[in-house]
Structure formats: C-alpha cells, structure tokens
Design a protein around this ligand. Structure first.
Ligand code: CA
Length: 228
C-alpha cells in the first residue's frame, strides 16, 4: 500500500514515516500543499495523512483534490486546530478520520488500522478476493481454504493485488511497492514478470487460473467476483 504524509513539521513527519514503514507502506512525504498536489496528480495513494495548516495553504484543498481523483483513498486529517468546524468540514469533504495534535503513535496506528479495515473490509487481518485469501501480517495465502506456498516477494505482490482488487495496477506501481521508489525500472519490471509467471503457475496448480488478468502494456488486475 502507498501512503502520502503531508506535514510541515520535520520531527513529526519523520516519526509518522517510521510508523508507516513499519506497517509495510511505501511512503512519500511532502511539506507543502503544492508538492502534495504534484504527488497526488502523479500517483494514487491508499492512505493520506494530512496536516491542515501548511505553509502555502489549507490541507482541505488537497482533501478535495484527492477525493475528486480517487474516491477509494483513505484520508486521516492531522491538525493542531481544535475547532469543531474544521473537523466537521473535513468529515463532510470525505476524510475518514481526524486526529487532534498532540496524539500518540499508538493512537495513530489504531486509527489507521480501523480506517483500512473499513476501506478494505478486512477481518482477522485477512482479506479475500473471491476464493483467494491473503493474511496481511503473515506470509499465508489460501485458495478455497487450501494453503499455497509463496515466496516472500510473491506474497507481497499478491497481497498488493488483493488489496487493490478489481483495479488495474501498473507494473511500475507493483515494483515500487516491492522494492521502493529508488528502483532501476527495466531491471525490476523483468523481475515482476517472472514473479508473476510463478504466482500464476502456483495459482493454477490450486485450480485458480485466470484470476490475474494482464492489462496489455499497463500491468495487472486481480478479478474478484464476490459471492454476496
Ligand atoms: Ca502544520
């Protein structure tokens, strides 16, 4: 999952970054509204931690932009402003939660977990796409309750595809998720291809062929037809 931290206090954003890295996010940090706008225009994030008081403007402007572009992105507002109006306005504009500074890191983690659980419908730290189930904390994958043996990289790729089911994921986004954004593109894209070949072989061995669609020239999409 990809997260964007928009916060102009360096000590706080460093601490937030450490927390999110521990939670397996790929993290970008911006100290200004303008830089955050550029990042959001270029990339879809799963989670945005958003300070409202930014040196060049109001974080609520970014909130509106994120919601217009990507309705699925979870947004948690961080602010020193205690005013009720800001909280109400943020929630009206579509933020998922609100933390008033100062807050503890354990409080932040609890809120992030709750937001992501709601967004991705996660139960017992497991998320499903059709008959495929991935444990978010441990390297465990099952298809129709049958355990599948995946390497760590294969597991990370599958977890990302399941968390983004029914969405086309570019190979670059996948590579960045696995290896971070300082990657050698051509090299790692070849790696993604060969990992995907192995994942498909293991899935079809369990009777799950064709659940990962190749979107020609772009990337992959994990198709999940839910039973309910
Ligand atoms: Ca601030």
């Amino acid at each position: 999952m990809r997260a964007l931290i928009v916060e102009d206090e360096p000590l706080l954003h460093d601490e937030l970054e450490d927390q999110l890295l521990e939670e397996q996010f790929n993290v970008d940090v911006s100290e200004t509204l303008q830089e955050a706008r550029n990042l959001v225009a270029a990339d879809e994030y799963d989670l945005v931690l958003l300070d409202l008081g930014l040196p060049d403007g109001d974080g609520l402007d970014l909130l509106q932009m994120v919601k217009r572009f990507y309705s699925d992105t979870a947004i948690v507002i961080l602010t020193a402003r205690g005013e009720v109006e800001d909280k109400v306005k943020g929630l009206e504009l579509g933020s998922d939660d609100y933390l008033a500074k100062p807050f503890s890191m354990s409080e932040l983690r609890a809120r992030i977990h709750a937001v992501l659980r709601r967004r991705f419908k996660i139960n017992d730290n497991e998320i499903s796409a059709g008959a495929l189930t991935v444990n978010l904390d441990h390297l465990q994958v099952r298809y129709e309750q049958q355990p599948l043996d995946m390497t760590e990289t294969e597991y990370k790729i599958l977890r990302y595809l399941v968390l983004n089911k029914n969405k086309t994921i570019t190979r670059i986004a996948l590579a960045e998720h696995i290896w971070g954004s300082s990657i050698d593109d051509r090299f790692s894209l070849d790696f993604i291809n060969s990992h995907m070949k192995n994942i498909r072989k293991k899935l079809s061995g369990a009777g799950a062929s064709d659940i990962i669609e190749t979107v020609y020239g772009v990337g992959y999409k994990l198709e999940a037809h839910e039973a309910e």
